[in-house]
Write a protein that binds this ligand. Structure first.
Ligand code: TPP
Length: 688
């Protein structure tokens, strides 16, 4: 079998390697052709380097894809997933041929982009370019953090590499510079990135858009860089991988000159190898040109399969070797071994929340960000798997844990992370850490900058990753920095992400309860939305409902002063809850009986029973929402008949209290609006 000499100046690899590589290529070609949808180009060009990695280096066990000390492999260029599915199938993962034949079809385990949790062996959901690369950085961080925590002299129980396959798009995306900078700075020597340097993106040649010297760029970021000119040269790729592993202080980038659509007479090295099947005729020509049988499709030569399937025995042996080493470790360090399993399984220790702080009115005004910091301090002492920080805002977000040490180059035992001013990368690194398992990752920034990390937050929610976000400076109440820093539409934006739990606590005690929810929720991300400004503490003696109420998302904080049905329910979140309580007192003097419902989480409230929601917000009682954010969405959270005091512009620069007043967040205005709601109802009733 030979490569078409006219197409590419490649050195023919030994016959079995080539047979295996072509098996991968044509499985991918046939998958895309049968689905009549997908990207054949990248798999055809990158099959050789992916094969080399999987055949010569990658430590994995197809029969136990979750073995904790496996190497991680992330296909960041998720559009090329046909290649990954082919690899998983031939090496013996639970992905039968029927699934390859159902590529991109309803209910298959071979979706259009790799989806974590759907396909055994898929380590991360990828497709949005740049995310997988950065997940890899997070995974490599998790590896060094856990190795530092658990390994002991003579016992290396955490010792694996993170490999990522990236395309031009991954490296064009800005996040790759953020994450690349962080990885270089952190000396993540066990992160190895293979770059499919094929000079083509969707619109054509990379000459159109991407002309910097990529290797020099990564060199400048502190990476070890190599170039392999011929991707089909298995020996050279293997050698580069070996050199990358020998380099322990710098992450590695190996730019491999690949050819998109390799072997296709009319599509190789063109953008036409993207985004659609080659076409029946082109598939035939390609197969014929490379000496591959045109029929049957999905052909896997026995010899190739036999070779690929050696991965099963190899993986089993690697894992059993690790297991015996782990046994020896457990004999010497039984507590540490139990702890390792606990964190990998995401189990919480008993009494993890036993002595969380309880605040009282005597604590005076306290911003919820401050209460959060105090809670993190206690949680962290109970949960050494907590690791996080902020995008250069620790003093503002209160995300630093005193005494917990800094996670810094060559001092990977610290728990406090410094992501730098790189929110986007922070989000995707947190995802990588969660995907790796063994850590509870958290990251903070101002709420308004959560927009910079929307893509990874979306993926965290899609993949039910337990990542915690700490978003402070949560409204116009943050004051002087003005509209650029005053979030308005971010709350509704976060709430609209399916699976994201957003909690905006009203005071220090609700903040503690919110943290309890966040840590207890092992599936899916949680955003804690916290104030910059001080707020009165809701004393638990007066408001005993807080600990049980917060997990419900919304609860009766202060019942209407008279028994029976209230005249109106004031629903408030975060800093506006105090306003609602004050308004309730004043309304009473004006003859109106108001109930105050604190609603830290609309998402959690929506998941309660109809009965609970009806008891909290009776259908026949008018509702008035007070929230210093966009009014959009409340109708779908609490019902169509709701009035909202919100903000539908961008805020203003002035002291926070002044801004709040100007935008109508005053007791007077709340009472006025309550009267207005009730007057309108009366009017309607009299007209009826
Ligand atoms: C963030 C993001 N933007 C846009 C896309 C759509 N898209 C899919 S592949 C691709 C570019 C493909 O070029 P390259 O990354 O070089 O991959 P290759 O040509 O090697 O297949 C684009 C723009 C995407 N998947 N993610």
């Amino acid at each position: 079998m030979t490569s078409s000499a006219t197409l590419s100046p490649t050195i023919a690899p030994p016959a079995l390697d080539e047979l295996c590589i072509n098996t991968l290529r044509f499985l991918a070609v046939d998958m895309v052709q049968k689905a009549n949808s997908g990207h054949p180009g990248l798999p055809m060009g990158s099959a050789s380097m992916a094969y080399t990695l999987w055949d010569r280096s990658l430590k994995f066990n197809p029969h136990d894809p979750d073995w904790p000390d496996r190497d991680r492999f992330v296909l960041s260029a998720g559009h090329g997933c046909a290649l990954l599915y082919a690899l998983l199938h031939v090496t013996g993962f639970d992905l039968p041929m029927e699934e390859l034949k159902r590529f991109r079809q309803w209910g298959s385990r071979t979706p259009g982009h790799p989806e974590y949790g759907k396909t055994p062996g898929v380590e991360a959901t990828t497709g949005p370019l740049g995310q997988g690369f950065t997940n890899g950085v997070g995974m490599a961080i998790a590896e060094v953090a856990l190795a530092t925590r658990f390994n002991r002299p003579g016992h290396r129980i955490v010792d694996h590499y993170t490999y990522v396959l990236v395309s031009d798009g991954d490296l064009e995306e800005g996040i790759s510079s953020e994450a690349g900078s962080d990885a270089g700075h952190q000396h993540l020597g066990k992160l190895i990135v293979l770059y499919a340097d094929n000079h083509i993106t969707i619109e054509g040649s990379t000459e159109l858009t991407f002309t910097e010297d990529r290797l020099e760029r990564f060199d400048a970021l502190g990476w070890h860089v190599q170039r392999v000119e011929r991707s089909n040269d298995v020996g050279m790729v293997a050698l580069a991988l070996e050199k990358a592993r020998e380099e322990t202080r710098r992450p590695s980038l190996i730019a491999v000159r690949t050819h998109i659509g390799f072997g296709s007479p009319h599509k190789q090295d063109t953008a036409a190898a993207h985004g659609e099947a080659l076409g029946v005729e082109e598939v035939r020509l390609t197969k014929e040109g490379m000496g591959w049988p045109v029929e049957p499709s999905f052909h896997v030569p026995e010899e190739a399969l036999e070779h690929f399937r050696k991965a099963v025995a190899r993986g089993a042996s690697a894992q059993s070797d690790w297991e015996s080493r782990f046994k020896a470790f457990a004999l010497e360090f039984p507590d540490l071994a139990a702890e390792f399993h606990r964190v990998i399984d995401r189990r919480l220790p008993t009494n993890w929340d036993a002595d969380l702080p309880a605040f009282s009115a005597a604590d005076g005004l306290m911003a919820t960000r401050v209460a959060s910091g105090k809670t993190i301090a206690v949680l962290g002492s109970r949960l050494p798997e907590m690791m996080g920080g902020s995008a250069d805002l620790n003093p503002s977000t209160h995300t630093n844990r005193e005494g917990a040490g800094e996670f810094e180059p060559d001092n990977w035992g610290g728990h406090n992370m410094h992501f730098g001013i790189r929110e986007h990368a922070m989000g995707a690194i947190l995802n990588g850490m969660a995907l790796h398992r063994g850590l509870i990752p958290y990251g903070g920034t101002f709420l308004v900058f959560s927009d910079y990390m929307r893509p990874p937050m979306r993926l965290a929610a899609m993949n039910a990753l337990p990542v915690i976000y700490i978003f402070t400076h949560d409204s116009i109440g943050m004051g002087e920095d003005g509209p650029t820093h005053q979030p308005v539409e971010q709350l509704i934006g976060l709430r609209s992400i399916p699976g994201m739990v957003v909690l905006r606590p009203a005071d220090a005690n609700e903040t503690v309860a919110a943290w309890r929810v966040a840590i207890g929720r092992k599936q899916g991300p949680v955003a804690l939305v916290l104030t910059r400004q001080g707020l009165p503490v809701l004393d638990m003696n007066s408001y005993p409902a807080i600990p049980d109420g917060v997990p419900m998302g919304g609860y009766i904080l202060a019942e209407s002063p008279t028994t029976g049905t209230p005249d109106i329910v004031l629903i408030a979140t975060g800093s506006e809850v105090h306003l609602a309580l004050d308004a309730r007192d004043r309304l009473l003097k004006e003859g109106i009986h108001a109930r105050v419902v604190s609603m830290p989480s609309t998402n959690l409230f929506a998941s309660q029973s109809d009965d609970y929601r009806e008891k909290t917000l009776p259908a026949d009682v008018p509702l008035l929402v007070i929230e210093a954010g966009s009014p959009v969405g409340w109708q779908s959270f609490v019902g169509p008949k709701v009035a909202v005091i919100g903000i539908d512009t961008f805020g203003s620069s002035a002291p926070g209290a002044v801004v709040m007043e100007h935008y109508g967040f005053t007791v007077e205005n709340v009472c006025r609006q309550a009267h207005h709601v009730l007057d309108q109802l009366k009017e309607k009733a009299s007209c009826a």
